[in-house]
Design a protein around this ligand. Sequence first.
Ligand code: CA
Length: 223
Amino acid sequence: MTRVLVAEDDPGISEPLVRALGREGYEVTHVTDGPSALSAALSGRADLLVLDLGLPGMDGLEVCRTLRGHGSTLPVLVLTARTDEPDLVVGLDAGADDYVGKPFRVSELLARIRAQLRRASGPEHELVQVGGVTVDASSRRVTVDGEEVALTPKEYDLLLVLMRRAGVVIPRDELMRDVWQTEWFGATKTLDMHISTLRRKLGDAGSSITTVRGVGFRMEKGV
Ligand code: CA
């Protein structure tokens, strides 16, 4: 049974949401403040976190940042009334996987939850290899010359997109769409930050990610 953790302090939102998730067959845990959200998320007894940003005790962004700081790869779907640009950038940088703006339709949120769970479960049995870098899509493991490299979910998704199409320049807006599922293409600073972390984590192999100025990025073949 798939377990969804809902962190939302507004009963007007949480009650219909928890009911709908139950009807869909999810096992739901509901918490109403930041510290409880964090400890429940870290307990490893959830497969996905639906996280309100405005939570008492600890802000949703802080919950997300702390969770990632502990190395958690739990998919996080943020609920926010704040959909203006700075908040979105900050949220993506804090490690959120997706956003749903309030007010939202429950059906829309359920679709986003399914998409995140699909991505997290990685049903693909695929091994992609470029130079010394290998991505095993079934286990989401990345190795460089046989050594495992720990990546965040977004860094992993980004690397996989680049590697699947090695040798081809992938435009920034495509990367934003494929990796962040956003039709909003403003957060390219987030993309640059993820690329630079990815390069660093890949060590020498990181130099095979080429910046094509004004267009996007390319994973070089056979470096
Ligand atoms: Ca709230």
